[in-house]
Each structure stands twice: as structure tokens, then as C-alpha cells.
Design a binder for this molecule. Structure first.
Ligand SMILES: [Zn+2]
Length: 214
């Protein structure tokens, strides 16, 4: 069961990816984790990636693909895996397919956790962070006892730059431009499955389980 998770930043695809990995006992593979592991172990690919990251540059597609392919070839991936945050672009998806075909594999499911931009912007704009201790809250989901004040240390809470509607909107625009074409790509392969990501976490997971067990 080789799965690719699709969905906008803030749609909750990472959470669902973890739940799938737990239920089916397959690795949850995120590019961030692969980078960290390779850099920590000082692998050749990791060292290459580090030179880009140290300069604040994006790691080039080919290198990301090499890192992911290297990971999915490992023994623990024999029964499948859940890719989270990769591929992000058509060239990455095509490179992954090519590499998988070379080892006799293919992606079985691309699960798109669908959440309208407006919902994501609303979710993010409800987040609050403590300026002093870094604790995080949410106006609706994780409210503080006193509005605007950290439960843990009593300092003031702020809406982080990253969570501001303008910033979130920009991230979503980039996502739509780069990643939306993947939806067509996997539709053509007949492996795309859409789930409604506006529901609560367990309901979304239920819908995914149904798809995977069908
Ligand atoms: Zn605090």
C-alpha cells in the first residue's frame, strides 16, 4: 500500500498520514524527517542537502527525489508507506513514478484531503502563541482561561506572522499553483481519492479507511 497524501498546508494531511501509518503499520515518510535523518547520519545525500539548507536555499528537485527514493527502497517500506509533503510538483511526481517503476512499484492511492481555502484561513487565524514561553492555543479549539493571556505563564498572546490571513493566503496560492496539477496527474492514473477535510479528524480518518479498505 503505497500512498501519497495531498492537501493544502493546514488541511490536516500530516495528522491523517500518521493515523494511516499507525493503523496499517507502515512508515510515515515526510521529507522533513528524511532530511533530518540524512543530515544527522552524515550521508552523502544529507551532506548535499545541508549545503543548500545552510544557505537558506530550497533543496533541488533531483536531490529531494533521490532522498525519497532512497528511503522507500529500505526494508521497512516493503509493505508500503505514506508519503507526506512529497511529491509537491509534477516533475517530482514523474521522477518518483520513474524510480518506482524501476524497482517494480507504483503509487496505489493519492489521497486528497480537501479543505476550502477560506476554512484554512479561518482555522489558522484562530491560533494564538505566547510571546514568553511559546505555548500555543486556539480561540475555538484550545481556548485559554482568560482571553489573550497565556495559561502557563501569564504573558500576552499574539497571532503569529505565519498564521496571519495574508501569509496563509500566500502559502495557499503557491500550493494551488504547484500542487493542484498533481490532482489531475493522479486522477489520470486512476488512483486519486478525495476526502472532505472539513469534518472532524476522526470522521476524515473514517472516510480514508473506507477508501483504503474498499
Ligand atoms: Zn506563556
Amino acid at each position: 500500500m503505497k500512498i501519497v497524501m495531498l492537501g493544502a498546508p493546514g488541511a490536516g494531511k500530516g495528522t491523517q498520514a500518521k493515523k494511516i501509518a499507525d493503523k496499517w503499520q507502515v512508515p510515515h515518510i515526510s521529507t522533513g524527517d528524511i532530511f533530518r535523518a540524512n543530515i544527522k547520519n552524515g550521508t552523502e545525500l544529507g551532506n548535499k542537502a545541508k549545503t543548500f539548507m545552510d544557505q537558506g536555499l530550497l533543496v533541488p528537485d533531483e536531490l529531494v527525489v533521490d532522498l525519497v527514493v532512497d528511503r522507500v527502497k529500505q526494508e521497512d517500506c516493503a509493505n508500503g508507506y505514506v508519503l507526506d509533503g512529497f511529491p509537491r510538483t509534477i516533475p517530482q511526481a514523474a521522477a518518483l513514478d520513474k524510480a518506482l517503476a524501476a524497482i517494480g512499484g507504483k503509487i496505489d492511492f493519492a489521497i486528497n484531503v480537501e479543505v476550502p481555502d477560506e476554512n484554512i484561513i479561518n482555522r489558522m487565524s484562530g491560533r494564538r502563541a505566547c510571546v514568553a514561553c511559546g505555548a500555543t492555543y486556539h480561540l475555538v479549539h484550545i481556548p485559554t482561561k482568560v482571553e489573550g493571556i497565556c495559561d502557563r505563564c501569564g504573558a500576552e498572546l499574539i497571532l503569529r506572522e505565519d498564521d496571519k490571513p495574508e501569509t496563509v493566503k500566500k502559502r495557499l496560492d503557491v500550493y494551488h499553483e504547484q500542487t493542484q496539477p498533481l490532482i489531475d496527474y493522479y486522477t489520470k492514473q486512476g488512483v486519486l481519492e478525495e476526502v472532505d477535510g472539513t469534518k472532524d479528524m476522526e470522521e476524515v480518518f473514517g472516510a480514508i479507511v473506507k477508501v483504503l479498505e474498499a
